[in-house]
Design a protein around this ligand. Structure first.
Ligand SMILES: NC(=O)c1ccc[n+]([C@@H]2O[C@H](COP(=O)([O-])OP(=O)(O)OC[C@H]3O[C@@H](n4cnc5c(N)ncnc54)[C@H](O)[C@@H]3O)[C@@H](O)[C@H]2O)c1
Length: 253
C-alpha cells in the first residue's frame, strides 16, 4: 500500500529539476501522473522514466502563463485519467534579476507571468475540477525567497511572496470544500536551474549555497518531492494554507 495509490496527480514543470522529482516520487507512491511542461522532450523523458519503473504517466505540453493552455492541461488530465486529486504547481523561472534601479520591466513581466500568474491560473482551473469531484490537494512551489528578501532578486522574490498569498487565499476559500492548498519553500536545491546559477557565477553560487545554509549542503530534489507527495496525501489531511520551508534550516536564521 502506497500513500498515493488510486490518485491522479498533475505536476507542472515536470520535465526536469524539482518538478521531475515530484512526478517520479508521486508515481512511485502509486499516483497516475500527468507530466506537464513547456519542453516536450524533457517532459516525454520524465514519462519514459516513470513507465520504465513500472508507473503510469502521460505528457501534456503547457505554458503555465497561458490561460487556454492551462485549462486544456486540466481537461486533458481529467479526459485521460478521469479525475484530478493532486496538483503540484511547480513551473517557474529565476529570470535575470538585478538591483531594483536596474531591474528591467521585461524581466519583471516575464517572471510574474510564469511564477505568479501561472500559479493563479493553475489554481483556478484545478479548483474548478476539484470542486466538481468533491476534493483534492494542491501544492504551489514558492521558495525561501517567498519568505525573505534577496538583494538583486526583486521580481523573483515578489513572485514567490505572491505564491504564498495565492496559497493562503485559495486555502481559505476552500477550507470547507475538502480541497487543501499548501506551498513549499525550498532552499537551494540541486537542479538544472541551480546548476546554471553555479556555472554563471564561476562556482561562487555553490560556495554561497553551502555557507548560507545551516546544514551546509545543497538540497536534493527528492527532499522537496517527498514533502510535496506527503502534502498531497491523506496523511496531511489537517494541513492547509501553510508555507513549509524545505531548506536545511535557512529560514530559521
Ligand atoms: N532549485 C532551487 O533551488 C529552487 C529553490 C526554490 C524554489 N524553486 C522553485 O522550484 C521550481 C522548479 O525549479 P527547478 O530548480 O526545478 O527549475 P528548472 O529550471 O530546473 O526546471 C523547471 C522546469 O519548468 C519548465 N518550465 C519553465 N517555464 C515553464 C512554463 N512557462 N510552463 C511550463 N513549464 C515551464 C521547464 O521547461 C523545466 O522543465 C520553480 O518554481 C523555482 O522557482 C527552486
Amino acid at each position: 500500500m502506497h500513500e498515493l495509490d488510486g490518485k491522479v496527480a498533475l505536476v507542472t514543470g515536470a520535465g526536469m529539476g524539482l518538478g521531475q522529482a515530484c512526478a517520479l516520487t508521486m508515481a512511485e507512491q502509486g499516483a497516475r501522473v500527468m507530466v506537464a511542461d513547456l519542453n516536450d522532450e524533457a517532459g516525454q523523458e520524465t514519462v519514459n522514466t516513470i513507465e520504465q519503473r513500472g508507473g503510469t504517466a502521460s505528457f501534456v505540453r503547457v505554458d503555465v502563463a497561458d490561460a487556454t493552455a492551462v485549462e486544456t492541461m486540466v481537461k486533458h488530465t481529467v479526459d485521460t485519467y478521469g479525475r484530478l486529486d493532486s496538483a503540484v504547481n511547480n513551473a517557474g523561472i529565476v529570470g535575470d534579476g538585478a538591483p531594483v534601479a536596474n531591474e528591467s520591466e521585461s524581466n519583471w513581466d516575464l517572471v510574474m507571468s510564469i511564477n505568479l500568474k501561472g500559479v493563479f491560473l493553475c489554481c483556478k482551473y484545478q479548483v474548478r475540477q476539484m470542486l466538481e469531484q468533491g476534493g483534492g490537494a494542491i501544492v504551489n512551489m514558492s521558495s525561501v525567497m517567498g519568505l525573505n528578501g534577496n538583494a538583486g532578486g526583486v521580481s523573483y522574490a515578489a513572485s514567490k511572496h505572491g505564491v504564498i498569498g495565492i496559497t493562503k487565499c485559495v486555502a481559505l476559500e476552500n477550507a470547507q470544500t475538502s480541497i487543501r492548498v499548501n506551498a513549499i519553500c525550498p532552499g537551494i536545491m540541486k537542479t538544472p536551474l541551480v546548476d546554471g546559477l553555479i556555472s554563471r557565477s564561476g562556482g561562487a553560487f555553490a560556495d554561497y549555497a553551502i555557507t548560507s545554509t545551516p546544514m551546509a549542503r545543497i538540497g536534493e530534489p527528492e527532499e522537496v518531492a517527498r514533502t510535496a507527495a506527503w502534502l498531497c496525501s491523506d496523511a496531511a489531511s489537517y494541513i492547509t494554507g501553510t508555507a513549509l520551508p524545505v531548506d536545511g534550516g535557512f529560514n530559521a536564521q
